[in-house]
Design a protein around this ligand. Structure first.
Ligand code: HEC
Length: 226
């Protein structure tokens, strides 16, 4: 019994000292299990390491080259990153082109059709977003009578005069980049949500039918942004 106790004590003391021995601290950098897993060598996007011996002291590469060797001979300009295909424009996850028009380019913006197909659900989302982001100034009914609008003054009445005929792309652009006394909301509201708000403004606040597919494609062919 005593021997069993003694050996148990010895084993746990050994295990304890082994575990403590692995701990890093001060000058001791500790012992790491499978360090390549924790410190994988990242590709440098703009450069390549062409020296085949670099990092050979810890290499686990099957081709026997150094751990840090990361050249891809097929890539131009000595970079690991590939350049985008020429004459192409990257789209985002929803398939939208980037909206790069400048603040004053409202006429070009007006030609962009709404890429979000309207539905009851979209209008519901639009309402929620409108109440969140526009209500404070433009008011629930869009008449420019929101609480913050009273302070700021000069808020557009979305139901009045020429505002009723604003094209959807124009409204999207104003939300994105701002106009006059209205600030830009592009960094706070994702593009898809901005288009949903446009549907809500056009159909519910201004009481107009959604643009038909034919109208949208007619506009799309003239769209300078594409
Ligand atoms: C901080 C207050 C404020 C908020 C929030 C705000 N607006 Fe405005 N908005 C204004 C003011 C002020 C104007 C008048 C701008 C001007 O012509 O000087 C305006 C103008 C507009 C116009 C007319 C643009 C034109 O061509 O003259 C539209 C459309 C519009 N807002 C839509 C929206 C929508 C949609 C939202 C919500 C995403 C929103 N606004 C949020 C204050 C605001």
């Amino acid at each position: 019994m005593k021997i069993a106790n003694a050996s148990l004590f010895a084993c746990s003391a050994l295990a304890f000292s082994l575990m403590v021995g692995c701990k890093a601290g001060g000058e001791n950098q500790g012992l790491e299990y499978a360090p390549q897993m924790y410190h994988s060598v990242a590709y440098e996007p703009l450069t390549q390491i062409k020296d085949e011996a670099q990092g050979s002291w810890l290499s686990t590469r099957e081709d026997g080259k150094g751990e840090f060797f990361n050249s891809n001979v097929y890539n131009p300009h000595g970079m690991n990153m590939r350049e985008p295909v020429s004459n192409t424009v990257p789209r985002n996850k929803q398939g939208y082109l980037p909206h790069r028009l400048l603040q004053f380019e409202l006429e070009k913006a007006a030609l962009i059709p709404n890429p979000v197909t309207s539905s009851e659900e979209i209008l519901k989302d639009g309402e929620k977003l409108y109440l969140q982001y526009c209500n404070a100034c433009h008011g629930k009914g869009g008449e420019g009578d929101g609480k913050a609008g009273e302070v700021i003054g000069g808020v557009a009445n979305l139901k009045g005069g020429a505002y009723v005929n604003l094209p959807e792309g124009h409204i999207f652009h104003v939300i994105t980049k701002g106009k006059g006394r209205m600030g830009a909301h592009g960094s706070q509201i994702p593009a898809e949500s901005r288009w949903k708000i446009v549907h809500y403004v056009k159909q519910v606040i201004q009481g107009q039918a959604a643009a038909t597919v034919a109208e949208s494609t007619a506009v799309a062919t003239e769209n300078p942004a594409k």
